[in-house]
Design a protein around this ligand. Structure first.
Ligand code: AMP
Ligand code: MG
Length: 403
């Protein structure tokens, strides 16, 4: 038996951040930046109006109300040749280039809205309602740094400084294969002894949630030759392979049989519940990492959380590869086998300002419904057998937000 930490350490010693690649902004969204982004020019790149109104010379508004002739309009778009001469003004729209001669914008709300002439009721300060060139970003400024996560605001900023592509760590491509001669496509009628292949659906979805590009291959029966052929076929498009099932000590545990023969895959008993049997190693000409996860649906997903997700986050170049972990008080006694780390399905919520957890499922590793009721996993350490009602326990927060 090895510990969860030992197994994770082996996984993380093998997987590396993927080599940077230049992607278009929307493909780069969600990835980790692999360069510093420097603004070539200022943002905004020209002085412009921040309100719809009138471009004026403040000196002309010494006494208000005052009525000024309007010599034309400037709208957002190409700069207008209009110049604001003393005693005159120009109607201006938000985002339009400030005309020469003007030193402030009077918002339309401070006027009668006139077109040929306008009555202005309030005097703005010099520079009012003008966005200055470089006020947001100055030329040469590093606006995004290597290693940052590209969310919507970050890709928007990259566009605003004139970039169309960014150098990023690409998303790992993950291929998910289920093994089991009892499996059928979800939705297909079930003959006696058959079950829907839920693991490849859950694991593909989990890989996408982790930031990967995931391909669901689906079902391979418990036939070593078919499995080997499938894995060999899939290697070309995989940065990571995930199989489920066939890793324990049953007579038809094909994953173990096939992967033990090729590459460097080792099979271990990991001191955890659920998820004890784990295969991990590399196969193929490019030493592609492969995870042989156990077949029980909860074991498969918990193993994904414990080992695959951190690996995918590492490949993505993320600084934080673990799920957020918080402490919460349990509302019921929790039990865990001594010597194993338990991952218990729980619901975590804030009650009266304090975070509390309640179990939502028994510990059985086939209880997928309980897994779907959970929004967190309570992590009970190896040396703890019992967490008393009301005591704190560490919880790993999953993505689910509402019941
Ligand atoms: P195995 O690890 O192959 O011995 O499978 C352990 C248990 O998980 C068995 O009850 C399988 O029927 C079940 N199982 C294996 N693969 C899947 C799958 N893809 N979807 C749902 N259940 C599965
Ligand atoms: Mg099986």
């Amino acid at each position: 038996m090895r510990t969860v930490d030992e197994h994770l350490a082996e996984v993380l010693s093998v997987v590396q951040p993927l080599a940077p690649l230049e992607l278009s902004l929307l493909d780069a969204h969600g990835c980790i930046l692999a360069e510093d982004v420097v603004a070539k020019g200022p943002v905004p790149s020209f002085d412009n109006a921040s309100m719809d109104g009138y471009a004026v010379r403040v000196a002309d508004l010494a006494t208000v109300p005052v009525t000024l002739p309007v010599t034309g309009d400037v709208a957002a778009g190409p700069a207008s040749p209009l110049r604001v001469q003393p005693g005159l003004c120009v109607r201006i729209m938000t985002g339009a280039v400030m005309p020469a001669g003007a030193d402030a914008v009077v918002p339309v709300e401070w006027t009668d809205g006139g077109v040929a002439q306008v009555r202005i009721d309030r005097r703005p300060d010099a520079g009012a309602y003008v966005r200055r060139a470089g006020e947001d970003v100055v030329a040469g400024e590093v606006v995004l740094t290597d290693g940052s996560h590209l969310g919507s605001a970050q890709v928007g900023l990259a566009a605003a400084v004139g970039r169309s592509r960014l150098l990023v760590r690409p998303r790992p491509r993950v291929v998910v294969v289920s093994t089991g001669s009892e499996l059928v496509e979800p939705g297909a009628p079930l003959a006696a002894g058959q079950i829907p292949d839920s693991n490849s659906i859950a694991l593909t979805a989990a890989a996408v949630e982790a930031g990967a590009i995931a391909y669901r291959v689906g079902i391979v029966p418990d036939d070593p030759r078919r499995l080997l052929a499938t894995l060999e076929d899939q290697l070309v498009r995989a940065d990571v392979l995930i199989t489920s099932g066939g890793v324990s000590v049953g007579a038809y545990d094909v994953v173990k049989e096939v992967l033990s023969r090729i590459g460097t895959v080792g099979f271990h008993k990991v001191a955890m519940q659920p998820g004890m049997p784990q295969g991990f190693g590399t196969i193929g000409p490019e030493s592609t990492p492969v995870f042989g996860l156990p077949g029980n649906p909860v074991s498969a997903l918990v193993s994904f959380e414990a080992f695959v997700r951190p690996a995918l986050r590492r490949m993505l170049g993320a600084q934080v590869i673990e799920r957020p972990r918080v402490s919460a008080r349990t509302t019921a006694e929790l039990r865990s086998p001594v010597g194993k780390r338990s991952f218990l399905r729980v619901w975590v919520e804030v009650r009266d300002g304090a975070r509390v957890v309640s179990p939502v499922s028994g510990p059985g590793s086939h209880l997928i419904a309980g897994m779907a009721r959970a929004n967190a996993l309570a992590v009970v350490p190896e040396d703890v057998e019992r967490v008393a009602d009301g005591s704190p326990v560490e919880v790993m927060l999953l993505e689910r937000r509402s019941r």
